[in-house]
Write a protein that binds this ligand. Sequence first.
Ligand code: F6P
Length: 326
Amino acid sequence: MSSIRRIAVFTSGGDAPGMNAAVRAVVRTAVYHDLHVYGIYRGYDGMVNGDIKRLEVGDVANILQRGGTVLKTARSEAFRTKEGRKQAYESLMAHDIDGVVAIGGDGTYTGANIFSKEYNIPFVGLPGTIDNDIFGTDYTIGFDTAINTAIEAVDKIRDTADSHNRLFFVEVMGRHAGFIALHTGIGSGAGAIFLPETDTSIEELSDILHKSAKRQKLFNLVIVAEGNKNGDANTIAKAIKDANPEYDIKVTIIGHLQRGGSPTAMDRVLASRMGHSAVQTLLRGDSGVAIGIINDKITFTPFEEAISKTKQLNKDLVRMAEILAM
Ligand code: F6P
């Protein structure tokens, strides 16, 4: 067992539904083990500026079901500097904090890895991002809620697309990864999916459209991952319209709707398991690792590996999506 007595928790990067469930699990598990636990507000920016407050079990009551993060989040230029990280260290020492749980994406892990080596403070990371693009875990906190939000939106778009016999291009988030787009495309029965990881071309989509028309198969939904090579949904829609003027084409960008909303049961349970495990990890004296879940088992990936390796999209799922869309 480690000598850790006072830990801190913060959320960083894009917020994700389920972050509050993770924060709640960290606080409750820490208090159960007689640790003092502190919330750092606004991510690394709050660490630099000492925006730190003691949390008791009551402070995380009634947040499990809420989207967003009660600890807020912010990008921090100061933390990228040695001086800023020195200030952050002093903030932590002002509260005698001897362990930290960082909830965020790969940028959060990168900061935690650099800082924990400079100041020899144990950090444990939780994958909090809707993108699901973190190596070392099947799922990130927020991904399940985001794809459910996106699929619900696309189902609504399908209604009006069918009524007007229109072709809709729907853009989803994911930064540089296609996990949200792939799962949304499969779950909504889209005719085609543009992913950063594949090379689907505008010409290929035109061919698919013509083949569907020949078979009198209704084709009215294309899912576009924001990071795909052909450009954003408006760019792709214009290219298809230019090549097929007869099509009545519309574009919908779901945007930040995918970041909000009450977390699904899956995300609440995932986040609770990960937050609980993060405190146990610090208590065991382990650190410098990112918590994950693989085949329903909690896993521990060194920060360097989680940061340097790219999580691959399931190519079998991509192929299945093409077959089911025919
Ligand atoms: O990383 C989560 C995410 O929602 C990405 O999918 C998206 O590209 C990005 O954040 C948007 O960032 P911001 O909220 O700063 O515009």
